[in-house]
Ligand binder design. Structure first.
Ligand code: PLP
Length: 380
């Protein structure tokens, strides 16, 4: 593993292996027996700690780990035993030749979405004794990365005719498989199947066809093909309408200790901008977490946390490194007492869904906002 990372012991991210394992098992039970499972661990495993999550899941019948970029792939290569690593971001000519060589040597599966990228990889690996395994991403409607449906066949041919690459996978990505109306997802699926027909002769049993993200894994069995790639659902969340078709469990809770307690008088104000005025004599507690730790300034005067199982409001502005809660009604609270900032219960006032709804975003963004310096603690 690379250089020592900066960690803060007081930002305690309790990670529940049982929940992760339960979610993987549950998602696998949505699939036919021979469908491979790819655990998506990009973005520091959706904020849960990539290192810890990989360690937990590598013993859980996971066939692949998917990451966003080659640097995340390099970071976890030493941890992986029989699993393979897939990088979603397309390889491109802005990467250094040695980075491409390293991918090939480490047997990392890369994504190719253009002939320029394919030619660059061929050129770089020309003199090398290694082949790079590549997956071709076809854009059937996502409108982001991916070779167009009309150029897909030509790109597959280019890869298959190259001495430096081996076709290892074909995929596409859904734009809205989490929405109520699945008609566009089905259109994407149809257009993907049409392309598959045209490249049939290049596809042997070693080529993995994969399409399904979490939503499609739970809702579109027709999209499972050879492998499903689940991200958000392995951490216990989803953006599809509740109740979910399967029961998932949240895998993380974030806690911080109270660092200071004091009492302010009626009419005194709290924090920058004086946006909170005490209506009574108020016992306030300061937490060592602020917007630089991913707890948005938006939550100023606008969210409820949990202390000793009791709800307690954030008062005044969230600042860069600190914020304040009102603990007047909580007996026996001392510095060092732990406050739940992101809860592992769905209906909690600081649960991930609640925080997402409050801030008009999705659970993905709440989770990936957990900073990498949070100290991941494997909970029993
Ligand atoms: C991020 C990603 C996934 C996982 O999506 P979830 O909705 O988190 O399951 C799957 N496939 C691709 C290509 C992705 O980029």
């Amino acid at each position: 593993m690379s250089e020592k990372m900066f960690k803060r012991k007081d930002l305690q991210a309790y990670l529940y292996p049982e929940a992760l394992l339960h979610n993987v098992k549950t998602l696998k039970s949505c699939c036919r027996d021979n469908v491979k499972f790819c655990a998506v661990v990009k973005a520091n495993a959706y904020g849960h700690g990539i290192s810890e999550v990989v360690d937990i899941l590598k013993n859980a019948e996971v066939d692949f780990f998917a990451v966003a970029n080659i640097y995340e792939a390099f970071y976890i290569t030493e941890k992986i035993d029989t699993q393979q690593i897939l990088v979603f971001e397309p390889l491109h000519s802005g990467l250094l030749p040695e980075e491409i060589v390293q991918c090939a040597q480490l047997d990392i599966h890369g994504t190719i979405t253009s002939s320029e990228a394919a030619e660059y990889v061929s050129l770089v690996l020309n003199e090398q004794q290694v082949k790079l395994k590549v997956h071709i991403n076809i854009d059937t409607g996502m409108g982001r990365c991916g070779v167009s449906v009309s150029d897909a066949k030509q790109l597959v041919e280019l890869v298959c005719n190259s001495k430096s690459m081996e076709l290892a996978g074909i995929y596409t990505h859904f734009a809205n498989a989490d929405e109520k109306d699945l008609s566009f997802a089905k259109e994407q699926l149809d257009s993907f199947k049409k392309v598959l027909k045209t490249i049939d002769k290049f596809i042997d049993e070693k080529v993995i066809i994969h399409v399904a993200n979490s939503s499609a894994t739970m809702r579109l069995p027709d999209a499972h093909f050879d492998m499903v790639c689940c991200g958000i659902s392995i951490y216990g969340y989803s953006t599809i309408e509740k109740p979910l078709p399967v029961a998932l469990r949240p895998a993380l809770r974030l806690e911080v200790p109270i660092i200071h307690i004091t009492t302010i008088e009626k009419d005194q104000t709290v924090s920058y901008g004086r946006t909170f005025t005490a209506k009574r004599k108020t016992k306030i507690a300061v937490l060592p977490i602020g917007y630089s730790d991913g707890f948005w300034r938006f939550f100023s005067n606008n969210v409820t946390l949990i202390v000793n199982n009791k709800p307690t409001p954030v008062i005044g502005r969230v600042t860069m490194n600190q914020m304040v809660i009102d603990v007047t009604d909580i007996a026996d609270v001392q510095p060092g007492a732990l406050v739940t900032v992101i809860d592992d219960k769905y209906d909690s006032p600081c649960g991930v869904y609640t925080l997402a709804k409050l801030s008009k975003t999705i659970c993905y963004e709440i989770l990936t906002n957990i900073p990498p310096w949070a100290n991941v603690i494997i909970a029993k």
